[in-house]
Every structure is written in C-alpha cells, then in structure tokens.
Design a binder for this molecule. Structure first.
Ligand SMILES: C[S@@+](CC[C@H](N)C(=O)[O-])C[C@H]1O[C@@H](n2cnc3c(N)ncnc32)[C@H](O)[C@@H]1O
Length: 428
C-alpha cells in the first residue's frame, strides 16, 4: 500500500514537516514530501484548459499514485494555511475547473488523514480549520478519515518524541489494516463541461486582449463608431492600421450577406486556393467552415496588425488557413497555386489606378484564374448612411472589368452601415 505524507508548509524548518518525520519513525510512509519539493507558484490561472506548471503536474502525480494520504496542514488565523489552499486550487485548475465537483481531482476517492501540529497548548487552537478542511477535501471527492491535533508541539514534537504522534500513528496504522484501495470510482470523462467553459472563456479573454467593445448600433443596425454630428462633408478615413473594433460592424450576423455571396462564388466554382487581400479577419473562413467547405488553402493579409493577430489566434489550429501582416504593395508569395484573389473593400484604396493594381497582383503575381471584388454601392439606403459623408468606392468603374474579362455581379443589401454592396466575380 502506497502511504504518502505531505506537509503543506513552505518553511525551511517547518513544524508540520518535522511532525511528519516523527510520524515516520516507524516507516509509516512509502514517501514523504513538503511543499518545497514542488515549489508550486501561487495559483495564477483562470483558464479551464487543464494547463498547469510542471511543478503542479509533479504534485498531482504524487497524489494520484498514493493509496492513502496523510496531510499535515498548519492552521493560520483559524483557517487552513495558504500553502494548502493554493495546492487545492491548482488541483481545480488541473481538472479544468470541472463543474462536476468531486469527480476529477488527483485526490478524488482517496482516504486522507489530516494532522495539524501546533505550539499552542489550548486544545481548541490549531484544529479550528478541521471542519472547513474536511469540507473542502470532501468537495474534491476525497474521504477524510480523521483529523488529529497535536498541541504543545515545540515541547513534544522533538527528536525521538514519537510518543507525541503515537495516537495519530495508531489511527493510520489501524485504518491501513482494514482498507482495500479502489482507484476507479467516479472519474468523469475528459471533455465533461470544459469545452463549453473554454469557449466562453476564450471569447471573454479575446474581447479584453483585442480591445473589443459591444457592437455600436444606429437605427438598430451595426454601425462604425464615427462622429455623426459633423456638419461639413466628411470622408470615411482610409487607414492602414485599424483596431479590430474599428470595423466590427462587419463581423455581425447582419453583415453576413456581404461575405455569404463571396463564399457562394468560391463554393460554386470549386475554388480551392485563395489569397484574400486586405482581409481584416477574413470572415469568409467562418462561412466556408460553417458550410462544411473545408478542403482549401487560404492566405489572407492586411496591414492592420490587431485584426491579423486576432485572426491568427482564432485559426491557429487550421493548417490550411494563414494570416499575415503585409501590404498589397509588396510581394506576398504563397506555396500553393492560387485560384482566386479576393478584393473585398480594398480596391477603393486606389481610386486612380485600381485596375493596374488588381491585374498586377491577381494575374501577374499570383497567376490566378478567378477574382472576387466587393465594393460599396454609390447608392445607399438613407437609413444606412449619413448624408454628410463622402463614400469611398470604385463601384462606378467596375464596368471596365466587365468590358475586359468574364464578369458577373450581384447586389446585396445587408442591414448594416453602408450595407448595399456590389460583388463581382471575374474570371479568365
Ligand atoms: C474596408 S476594409 C475591408 C476589410 C475586409 N476585406 C472586408 O471585406 O471586411 C480595408 C482593409 O484594407 C486594409 N489595408 C489598407 N491598406 C492596405 C495595404 N496597403 N495592404 C493590405 N491591406 C491594406 C485595412 O487595414 C483594412 O483592414
């Protein structure tokens, strides 16, 4: 039987550790540890992914291998000590904050003896934490057999002072004589509730890290956060470095028709190798994946670092999807033969020579056979526009593409700011 003693003290000359040593005078333990053997940091994780430092894994392995545990826990201001609670908190992190309490911790189903060594002589003192400790261990599925308090320890827990711990020793010994370990009781499945937790956690965490805000709405519709009180005509600024939230109105379900049509073109033409210029977060990937169209290569690039970093993180597990922080004026080579280049709301950056840029990148650089252009329509519904704003678009020039290439286009009208868009499919 594997009987393991653990002192939850971090002190060099700990009373709890020395008390356990005394208890082990007659080789009660297979192994004995103190917190300094693991040196677990203060619990600093709030993520239910089960990731813990190596020191915690080592601690958990020790617990898991044990058949019976003897915990020496000091009392601090009538409570269990911080070292003990810290260790228990790590067990919770390791079990992915498992909401099904008491089923998936390294001490679940283990019999535990709790001992507190204290220099105080009043028999009340030192053991005031026993109820809460028993309750905590019980919550984690452990079975506290007995709690033992050894008062007056500076006088009695001394070298050769086995008598001080004799009753605790006898209690453990007596139990060992009756106990048959059973290690497979109530463990729950790995993915029990943690995946839902993790998804919600990631959404919350990314919202903070990428400085997101609740979607801004005007007339009930997703809208950019622009000053609508300006009297003179203002031009929507065209920048190379946007925050993620600057165009978050395009990430809403209401904006989906703009990208649904682009996904239609990809799927209907069996396009497999895509470059997305000025992609922001590349919403088209969400749609393709949702529709089960997963067998393709995608490389999207944009000069705005924040949306690109967000997209990189979001799609990091997908080897076919890559995002880069890069400019359309540079050479951005890929290791697949490009079928299609997407220009969604991007050619408007080049009102004077958009066609040259389009041809240089689509045909000369990538040798692609297809392209998708998305541009805001000059005519917007009154409730989706501001009369004092000047629209950036090259929609009026799309006939030049129609005259030169195979061309088809569609108008979609999404319920967002400037939601009427022209989407063109151009192919050779
Ligand atoms: C109107 S947004 C369109 C974003 C996305 N394609 C869409 O349809 O929602 C234009 C994007 O072009 C990016 N951009 C601006 N200048 C660029 C450049 N030189 N190279 C690549 N991207 C650029 C901006 O950062 C911005 O994300």
């Amino acid at each position: 039987m594997n009987v393991v003693g653990i002192s939850f003290s971090y002190a060099d000359n700990s009373l709890q550790t020395r008390g356990l040593k005394l208890l082990n005078d007659k080789q009660l333990f297979t192994d004995m540890y103190e917190m300094l053997d693991f040196n677990m940091p203060v619990c600093n994780s709030n993520k239910s992914d089960g990731q813990v430092p190596d020191s915690v894994n080592k601690f958990c392995e020790v617990l898991e291998k044990a058949d019976v545990l003897v915990f020496a826990i000091s009392e601090a201001t009538s409570h269990y000590s911080a070292g003990f609670k810290n260790a228990m908190d790590w067990l919770v992190v390791k079990s992915r904050f498992n909401a099904k309490l008491g089923t998936d911790y390294a001490i679940t189903d283990k019999p535990i003896f709790v001992i507190t060594f204290t220099p105080t002589v009043n028999p009340e003192n030192g053991g005031r934490h026993f109820d809460m400790t028993t309750q905590l261990l019980g919550k984690l599925g452990a079975n506290v057999i007995e709690c033992h308090l050894i008062n007056n320890s500076w006088k009695t827990v001394i070298p050769g002072g086995f008598n001080a711990v004799k009753s605790a020793y006898s209690a453990v010994k007596g139990f060992l004589g009756t106990y048959t370990p059973n290690s497979t009781n109530t463990r729950c499945k790995d993915d029990y509730s943690s995946l839902t937790w993790l998804k919600s956690y990631n959404e919350w965490d990314m919202a903070w890290r990428y400085e997101m805000k609740p979607i801004h709405r005007v007339n009930g519709m997703p809208w950019p956060r622009i000053n609508d009180r300006e009297k003179k005509i203002v031009e929507v600024p065209l920048k190379e470095d946007y925050k993620l939230r600057s165009m978050d109105y395009l990430d809403t379900q209401e904006a989906r028709p703009i990208f649904d049509k682009q996904a239609d073109i990809i799927i209907n033409n069996n396009i497999k190798n895509i470059v997305d210029v000025g992609c922001r977060i590349g919403i088209v990937n969400d749609i393709l994946q949702e529709r089960g169209y997963t067998d393709y290569n995608y490389m999207g690039y944009d000069t705005s670092p924040q949306p690109i970093n967000y997209a990189k993180e979001k799609w990091e597990d997908y080897s076919n999807i890559e995002y880069r922080c890069a400019s359309m004026y540079d050479n951005n080579s890929v290791d697949f033969d490009v079928d299609c280049v997407i220009w969604s709301g991007v050619l408007l950056y080049n009102p004077t020579d958009h066609m040259k840029l389009f041809e240089d990148v689509t045909f000369k650089q990538y040798n692609a056979k297809h392209a998708i252009i998305q541009e805001p329509c000059q005519d917007q519904d009154a409730d989706k526009w501001l009369p004092n704003m000047k629209l950036n678009t090259i929609e009026q020039d799309l006939h030049l593409y129609k005259d030169k290439y195979n061309y088809n286009d569609w108008i979609v009208n999404a319920n967002v700011f400037s939601g009427r868009r022209r989407i063109a499919h151009i192919w050779l």
